[in-house]
Design a protein around this ligand. Structure first.
Ligand code: SAH
Length: 285
């Protein structure tokens, strides 16, 4: 029986993406046991006991290829996220299953399971796990959440966590190489995901009209306001979670906006946060 085209497969990789992958592979091959060991004292505290254990047992030093080590690392990360107040089991279970190191640049792989934001290139970051978890918990707690739009795909980690928690995920990224990176990363973890997020290279401030209305919208970048277009793409009863710098140069706050009727939205200001800025337009490279 001939196989049809792969469902949800993404566009072919660009030359830039292929070059990036080659350099990643070369860097990966360079990580020898001795190097890992000499890095150990500055490795994240959460992983140090695991790495030490491996060294003592004289087993493979690259923990990325050891499922039991990855399981432990993720469990420790999820413990931290839970201690910070996240009790949404769907979100915690999603994070327990998802290999975050796949989404993290090789230069930072030792810190992949720390509760930290890390650089992903182009001046952007992969969000801190506890922040991702908190935002998804807020989103799911106040809306019957099946279809979610994410603005700011970045490396695709949050889109992947979302795919494990809700039925349909749409995610928009404005920087072309990051859009490609997210496509690549999500394909790497497709075996873990019940469905693939729909990705788009575009200005997220315009939303995704053809797929609207959404039960939930989540912004991974902070603007001075939340674009009205996005508020209009929320269904009545739906919830939007966004970091907002309420005044230029002021601290950012997490904001929860609930659409209470066709013409009304209710805004609640929550804790302070730190996100990269929401920027208009697209960047091709
Ligand atoms: N969701 C990511 C976080 C990415 S950081 C994670 O899983 O960790 C935020 C991202 O928002 C960056 O990649 C940035 O390029 C993107 N961004 C900023 N303004 C945007 C806009 N107007 N439309 C789409 N993406 C935007």
């Amino acid at each position: 029986m001939s196989k049809g085209p792969k469902k949800n497969s993404y566009e072919p990789l660009s030359e830039v993406q292929r070059a990036w992958l080659r350099s990643q592979e070369q860097a990966r091959q360079k990580v020898k046991p001795s190097i890992v060991q000499s890095f150990a004292p500055v490795a994240p505290q959460s992983l140090y006991p695991i790495m030490q254990e491996n060294t003592l047992r004289n087993t493979s030093s690259d923990w990325r290829e050891r499922p039991e080590v990855l399981l432990k690392a993720r469990a420790l990360m999820v413990d931290t996220v839970r201690q910070k107040g996240v009790d949404d089991t769907a979100v915690l279970n999603a994070m327990r299953r998802l290999p975050r190191h796949v989404f993290v640049d090789d230069a930072f792989y030792l810190r992949a399971y720390d509760d930290d934001a890390l650089p992903i290139g182009h001046g952007q970051t992969i969000s801190q796990p506890s922040t991702v978890a908190r935002m998804l918990m807020l989103l799911r707690a106040h809306a019957d959440c099946h279809k979610v739009l994410e603005i700011g795909t970045g490396c695709g980690y949050q889109a992947a966590v979302l795919a494990l928690c809700v039925e349909q995920v749409y995610s928009i990224e404005r920087i072309a190489p990051l859009y490609e990176l997210a496509s690549f990363n999500l394909n790497q973890v497709r075996g873990v995901l019940p469905h693939m997020p729909n990705l788009r290279f575009s200005d997220g401030m315009l939303g995704w009209a053809e797929a609207a209305p959404f039960d939930g919208i989540i912004l991974a970048a902070a603007g001075l306001t939340v674009p009205q277009t996005l508020l209009e793409q929320l269904r009545v009863g739906g919830v939007l979670i966004a970091p907002v710098a309420l005044e230029a140069h002021s601290q950012q706050h997490l904001v929860r906006i609930t659409r209470t009727s066709e013409k009304e939205w209710q805004r609640e200001i929550l804790e302070t946060v730190r996100f990269v800025p929401l920027v208009k337009g697209v960047l091709h490279k």
